[in-house]
Design a protein around this ligand. Sequence first.
Ligand code: HEM
Length: 386
Amino acid sequence: MSARLLMFERAIGFAPSGEYWRHLRRMAANNMFSPRRIASLERLRSRVADDMMDRVCKEMEETGMVVLRGVLQKGSLDSIVGSVFGRSLGEVEGKELVEMVKEGYELIGKFNLEDYFSLGGLLDFHGVGRRCKDLALRVKALMANIIKERRTLGDFSKQDDFLSLLLALPKEESISDSDIIAVLWEMIFRGTDVVAILLEWIMARVVLHPKIQAKAQQELDTFVGDRSVQDSDMSKLRYLQATVKEVLRLHPPGPLLSWARLAIRDVHVDKFFIPAGTTAMVNMWAITHDGSIWKDPWAFRPERFLEEDLSILGSDLRLSPFGSGRRVCPGRVLGLTTVHLWLARLLQQYDWTAAQPVQLSEYLRLSLEMKKPLVCRAVLRDRVVK
Ligand code: HEM
């Protein structure tokens, strides 16, 4: 799996010198995910939330139930595409992008002997390597077109999307088009599905625990009232934030973080000696279910995070669902901000119950997904949200 990710990423054109990662880190730290930029994207997130509410309403009217996965995936893609390109894509481009992301996920999950014994493609019986290369060419072609079009329009300095930001860099900091493509693709590929997957887990828990749902709604009614909830309300919505943390603990979408790390030199970790060349995995899922770390680890109890406030952004290794250290998720604040806002909207607007039995079985692809999609019933709450 991790070898595939690397193979695929190399095919997309990551600079072998590691320049790409340097750029990604600098962008993430300085600009792309600065609080100002994340705030500037609130209008987009909010508009996407409105669209999602409309889709929920439509599905309820047409079928009497909602398959949330489709609604969340569409919302997540619209939001990331808007953040990356500053506009929605046309029908053809949009469809192509969805297909490319799908193909990328499928390829990452495929077993290929060539990942373990590289014989120049001889063991690539199912053409996985060839498909990776084909996909990389399609990604490059689509992105190159969008970059060209944006350059023709010029004056990117006033826009807040990631592409404009990269194009507006001063000459001495500018990066090559292939690195721009790699950075943007990585944002789309890593940032789209995981937000939808996390929200589906959250809603499954909300449906399974009506008292927790009611408590989160009560908090919204008390602190936000009849107007539409905004990012700036989030600091007061402590129970809602605790609920998200508890879902990240029980159902971390990246249970093995980025799958594998390679020790490039001999190292001691606690009492273990790890020789150079070892491939090691961090099993975050095992840590977050460990009874010696968590009291009643299998119980779904958001209150535990009211009793002890714990940062989940990478400084406390008991719960680091976004990883930690140099390879920590660069999109973690944007991802969390989005999840908080959309969850708050879903709960403010509707009461949620299960339309089919909720199953918490897991399915591991690039991320840990619900095996069986969640099917709910959404009933408009009697409060009018303006
Ligand atoms: C809220 C949901 C999200 C979760 C749970 C999540 C989780 C993770 C995890 C566990 C990793 C691996 C970290 C490691 O190996 O130590 C990761 C990496 C990454 N994430 Fe996220 N992520 C989320 C949202 C996002 C968003 C919204 C974006 C982009 C806009 C994004 C972009 C990335 C990128 C580019 C990497 C690769 C970083 C690297 O390999 O150095 N993520 N994420």
